[in-house]
Design a binder for this molecule. Structure first.
Ligand SMILES: [Zn+2]
Length: 191
């Protein structure tokens, strides 16, 4: 263990006048706590000495229980939820499920959108058209409640799908309104 002295200043406080401070490669016992700012440090504060970062871990160290004790500072790895394997797998599963759900909505939308002009339909065809349009609309409403979180958590999905999804939702809503108007106005149905 090194000791402070004229030719070896304490790495924490710079003490040279006597041998009160002592240190090794992995610990510093500093007895000159009030100079060079060491006295103002709180437990956990970090100083730089001899090119290393040291954290103040105690003020009751050393042979007399009055030394400031420093240990090499080891920064805690920052918590990164999104890079944890389990979390990443869950997110991938969510995104995969969302992709399937979106693709199902797009298909349902397309079938509804392909319905010809209502005036040209037989009653059976109109019933079928109503089923398609209602189903697509319901899918859109259901998904609309879930995709907001998806857009936030998976920006690449938002970039690829948000405009298309919102556009289809507006369109299917308009188509459903048209259908209801047609059925009540031309067919006299009570919707
Ligand atoms: Zn010292």
């Amino acid at each position: 263990m090194h000791r402070s002295g004229p030719k070896s200043p304490c790495p924490a406080c710079g003490r040279t006048k006597d041998t009160d401070c002592a240190w090794a490669h992995d610990i510093i016992f500093c007895h000159q706590g009030s100079t060079n700012g060491v006295g103002n440090l709180k437990i956990g504060d970090v100083i730089k000495a001899d090119g290393t970062e040291w954290a103040l871990t105690s003020r009751k160290g050393g042979f007399d229980g009055a030394a400031a004790v420093f240990r090499p500072h080891r920064p805690r790895p920052r918590f990164q939820a999104s890079t944890h394997p389990r979390e990443a797998v869950r997110k991938q599963a969510d995104v995969a499920a969302a992709r399937v759900a979106l693709s199902g909505f797009y298909d349902a939308f397309q079938r509804a959108w392909d319905v010809p002009d209502f005036h040209s339909l037989t009653p059976d065809q109109l019933r079928e058209a109503t089923t398609l349009i209602t189903a697509a609309h319901e899918r859109g409403v259901l998904l609309g409640g879930m995709v907001q979180q998806l857009w936030r958590e998976a920006p690449e999905m938002a970039e690829r799908h948000r405009d298309r999804f919102e556009g289809y939702r507006r369109s299917i809503q308009a188509q459903l309104n048209d259908l209801q108007h047609f059925r009540s106005y031309y067919l006299g149905e009570v919707i």
